[in-house]
Design a protein around this ligand. Structure first.
Ligand SMILES: Nc1ncnc2c1ncn2[C@@H]1O[C@H](COP(=O)(O)OP(=O)(O)O)[C@@H](O)[C@H]1O
Ligand SMILES: [Mg+2]
Length: 398
């Protein structure tokens, strides 16, 4: 027995939105991919979102408007997915939508006598529920943060279901804007997971800055592959406080941002620009390998690295990962039948289902919160409300 659910993910790369139609097992512990759409953001939409995520001061009306607009844009992509897969709204149990992160600040700050962490994902779930006519679960990160967690990463539960093996220690790596790992011990103990640092974000920025405005990323990593990595700059970059911090930890593009890029570029003013592209890009595989060596206990050290996210397509990243981690077999999640572009969207579909079942999806050891939480906010539909009106409070519904 399985239910059809839709998961929506748009990550910090601001490249677009990935939507996956999946079957989720009735117990909420197995998932099967059926169909997916990746819808790229237009240059102007990307520009508006970029301004909201990187500027210290933002236009208030723009922020509020984009929350509603993203609700509509996500609805458009879901409509396209339903049409392509020949499904009607009544065939789908629920939509789970991560939303577009505008800011993620897991470090607590003290103000007005309260110490709190904070995060904001936009893309109004009520608009999705109203337009599509399917209940929506959205805003997955806040419940965990409300009890002191990092609110991230949340995908480790899916990684556990998909990849944990009794035969060997494995590690799942997602290279989105930020890179994160989930270590899956063969002895069956709980996964550990955290953000290792930059994924594609610095590589995308350096390409835009040094190669040209029309390129959003380094295709296949070809520019980085032409350059020579400057070890001294790389070593100094690796001294950054985030790489020293003990897990659990999470980060965002507001940390590995243009200022961080300026700092890196400032150290290499007189080196050829392709060398700078290679050096900046190399921080991604270097910090991933370093985090594994530094923070994973020897008895859990993985022999296999299963990579997902857009970064799989950057051959420079994959080659450097293999060079820095010669003891590990580095493969795409595609080798396990999981399309690297849709793993995270699948994860949110799974979590949305679990929320409606009243099951927790966060792993306390991963987010640092005190207990696993039932995540997200629910936007019901007219039909779902009617069901509760007709059946609610009736002690003998049969
Ligand atoms: N053909 C490619 N070659 C190199 N990098 C790519 C390619 N396609 C996508 N990417 C990278 O993947 C990123 C998008 O990855 P994604 O997993 O969607 O990240 P996010 O979850 O942050 O949105 C792009 O910004 C780009 O850096
Ligand atoms: Mg993306």
């Amino acid at each position: 027995m399985a239910y059809k659910c839709i998961g929506i993910m748009s990550g910090t790369s601001l490249d677009g939105v990935d939507v996956a139609l999946v079957d989720v097992s009735v117990d909420g512990d197995r998932i099967h991919f059926l169909h997916g759409i990746s819808s790229p953001f237009s240059d102007s939409l990307r520009g508006s979102l970029m301004d909201l995520t990187r500027n210290e001061t933002v236009n208030k009306e723009e922020l509020v408007r984009m929350d509603a607009l993203m609700g509509h844009l996500l609805s458009d992509v879901v409509e396209q997915l339903l049409a392509e897969s020949g499904m009607a709204a009544k065939d789908i149990l629920l939509i789970a939508s991560h939303g577009q992160t505008i800011g993620h600040y897991p470090e607590k700050r003290e103000q007005f006598g309260h110490s709190t962490a904070f995060t904001l994902q936009i893309g109004d779930g009520d608009i999705l529920a109203t337009r599509i006519g399917i209940p929506v679960v959205s805003d997955f990160r806040r419940r965990d943060m409300a009890i002191g967690g990092e609110g991230a990463p949340l995908i480790p539960l899916l990684d556990t279901f998909l990849f944990q093996s009794r035969e060997k220690n494995r590690c799942s790596l997602n290279i989105g804007g930020i890179a994160n790992i989930t270590v899956l011990p063969a002895d069956g103990s709980t996964a550990t997971a955290f953000d290792t640092g930059p994924g594609n974000c610095l590589s995308d920025l350096v390409i835009e800055r040094l190669i040209g405005q029309s390129l959003r990323f380094d295709p296949g990593g070809e520019n980085a592959r032409r350059g020579k990595v400057h070890d001294e700059i790389l070593t100094r970059a690796m001294e950054d406080a985030y790489f020293q911090q003990l897990p659990p930890k999470s980060t965002g593009r507001e940390y590995f941002d243009e200022k961080f890029l300026d700092f890196l570029l400032g150290m290499g003013r007189d080196i050829p620009f392709v060398d700078m592209v290679a050096t900046v890009s190399c921080l991604t595989p270097k910090s991933i390998a370093d985090a594994l060596h530094r923070f994973v206990p020897v008895n859990h050290f993985p022999t296999e690295l299963i990579v997902s996210g857009g970064g799989v397509q950057n051959l420079f990243f994959m080659e450097k990962l293999r060079a820095f981690l010669p003891e590990m077999n580095v493969v795409s999640s595609g080798e396990y039948g999981i399309d690297p572009d849709f793993k995270e969207a699948m994860g949110f579909a799974l979590m949305g289902y679990r929320t409606m079942k009243g099951l927790p999806s966060s792993i306390p050891a991963v987010t640092g919160a005190g207990s696993g939480q039932i995540l997200g906010k629910v936007s019901l539909t007219k039909e779902a409300f009617r069901f509760f009106q007709e059946n609610g409070g009736n002690e003998n519904p049969d």
